[in-house]
Design a binder for this molecule. Sequence first.
Ligand code: SF4
Length: 898
Amino acid sequence: MTAPVRTTCPYCGVGCGVLAAPRADGVGISGDTLHPANFGRLCSKGSALGETLGLEGRLLAPRVLGRDTGWDEALDFVAQGFTRVIAEHGADAVAFYVSGQFLTEDYYVANKLMKGYIGSANIDTNSRLCMSSATSAHKRAFGEDVVPVSYADLEIADLIVLVGSNTAWCHPVVFQRIVKAKELRPDLKIVVIDPRRTPTCDIADLHLPLKVGTDVWLFNGLLAYLQQQGAEDRRFIEAHTAGAAGALIVADNTAGAVDAVARQCGVEPDVLEAFYRMFARTARVVTLFSQGVNQSSSGTDKGSSIINCHLLTGRIGRPGAGPFSITGQPNAMGGREVGGMANMLAAHMDLERADHRRTVQTFWGSPRIPDRPGLKAFDLFDAIHAGRVKAVWIAATNPVVSMPNANRVRAALKRCELVVVSDCMAHNDTLAHAHVALPAAAWGEKEGTVTNSERCISRQRSFLPAPGESKPDWWMFCELAKRLGYGEAFSYGSAYEIFTEHARLSAADNGGARAFDIGALASLSSAEYAALEPVRWPARAAPGRASTGARTPALADAAAPLSKGRFYHTDGRARFVATVPRGPRGVLDEEYPLVLNTGRIRDQWHTMSRSGKSPRLMSHLPEPFVDMHPHDALLAGVRVGELVRVITRWGAMVARLKTSGEMPRRMIFVPMHWNSTHAADARVGALVNPAIDPHSGQPEFKHTPARVAAFVVSWQGFILSRRPVGLADATSWSVAVGDQFSRYEIAGRRVPGDWSVWARRLLGAAPGADWLEYSDRSTGVYRAAHLIDDRLEACVFLSPRPDLPPRAWLSRLFAQTAIADGDRAGLLSGIPMDASADVGPVVCSCFGVGRNTIHSAIDKFGFTTAQEIGQKLRAGTNCGSCLPELKAMLKERAAAMS
Ligand code: SF4
């Protein structure tokens, strides 16, 4: 048996090590026990990676104007288009829009081509939507985009403050590390600052449900409080920082009294003061922040206000202390390292600095280099809409779903003269507008590196052949470069050659001036690169020492950056930034009285092109939904379980209403993932306010004024079917892949004359087919099931109301080769004769354990802990992502019994 391949998870910024073992029946996936990010753990998404590797839906050949073709024709078409536009309108009329899914090597080549050879800085990335505010805050404070903390610091901290981060769902393995640390050291305090009561609150000692957008008031208040309590580190401030006085004056003027801050932030004064007290008294504090901070029109200031508190107390660059921006995407940090954003140069150098431009241009030997930033994501699509950018290459991202005001992005692409999209999938909302579609190699098919949230560079390794004509993205950009006349500078034969060039550039004219230095990796041999162990930067070359031949290179200084009070402004000092609080741009009014907040859910990733292929992952939350406070639902006249419209000034969508209990008043939450492949009308990006942060260009995904209204339909229902089903008659639909079937949730306004005729045609049941049906004209209920050779082929359930049978038991029947007589009897009720056969909706994706099974076990055995449930049912014992839900179920049950 061959050894599994050591690679890295392609989803979130935790960057877990994965062992991939190709077998005859697929690829076995497990956690890499040697990887320092996860030590063998994987979350539900990582565990299900093996289910996402099939070739269904893949783009396998280049396509020009809708016609399959070869690489030469496609790349010639792209090169001619780019050449023509540059000749007629200049270099700034073309652009690349790339992705945090890129490997560092892809990013490096695309950035080098655009900035060094085409001569524009018009390359931006979907990381702009994810962590660009944190990057701006880092640069303002430290002089360089440096994350000064690692995951190990979380485990030795005495206080962890989680701000705007549903860590339990969005960075589950980091969350599990925190849970473990708290189990081992119950004195470790956890504070969650988030308007929603998310599953992350499960481990919180304090939850501050602040009013959305008031973070700067809250942290200015903390800064003022720390000074009032004498908690500042005067020696550190004097020796290593500048600007404290100005920041303190602003903090004091805007948030000098705890009661006033509590009112502004909408939290209880004693809870706020308890948090301030904890922070003041604890030396080892990590403040971990994520999209709730970054995705805001004042995201940079929010980050700065957090960093100010760490600078004031000197709690930075020390073990167990520091501000920790955790990235959303697998290689958001790698993209920053190569300068893959419109306002950056390569290797953490600055476009604005002539000496940095000289260093990079000399190193590349390039004909030109821009001296001003290019267009950030939002401005880029605006420029396409206005006709200023006429040719764009979009790679590994789906902006027609993920950008704010996404309908305008779609309109922009419709107008664009040349849209090139490289992607591994054949169809998505953005590819629908591509003149040229280029097939990209996917995870497991290509080689390269990624950098996770804690600066750890890990290898992604291939373990599958690239199918069809698919190629790595770096190869495609090199081929374009050759056709533009820059072949010599882009003659790379492998990811290894690109990586070592990137490492050499990081050390060029550095000498300690920049924290990002991986010069120790520049002299790796190809074999050493192949075997490279995870390594955290900085990784400066030890003077006079070439590569040792070891898997981990000889480092001059592996200490954390910013330790010893060394920062990267020219004077070596950190900067306090005076942060004047500003509310979100959108204003609530009678027409739009609610705040729309968007984000991730536990088992999906971005626009679902990969996670949407996994039945396990789709079974957790299979439909687009809007979560709302029950009182607001009452006021809006909408009911749980029904379809509703969510409406903003920019767009509208349809989703199922739920009231999870997580939402505060006047806020709704909609997941970001659904797209036109998975639902008729559920792209939440189309609704999002296009307001952006003035420093970072990051959009305000957490605050769009909205309203919710009933979505009136005449009938609703669901279809489970082995074959694809045409949905032309449905006004609304969503689809989720299951184990050997697809699940369609449907609703319509036009009532067919005869449901039976309609259903037989839809489900492909010929006359004489094995067909069971039930129809009640008085109530409008219709149900039918189609069997072939005793196997369930499809079933449909319709009603004027959402009072439909549960889907879980019916779904499981598709795995049976023949329906038993006893189960036939239950087919049209959707309920088995033996009630215990209905496991209920999936809670634990890893082992397919359903809600009903867990409830029965709690009742039967009197379980009071998640561990007891795990011992009996295995739920929660693999990735642990469902542990907060298990605990919530235990609480519900205990409350019901009391
Ligand atoms: S936490 Fe989950 S999604 Fe994130 S890298 Fe680890 S396994 Fe992948």
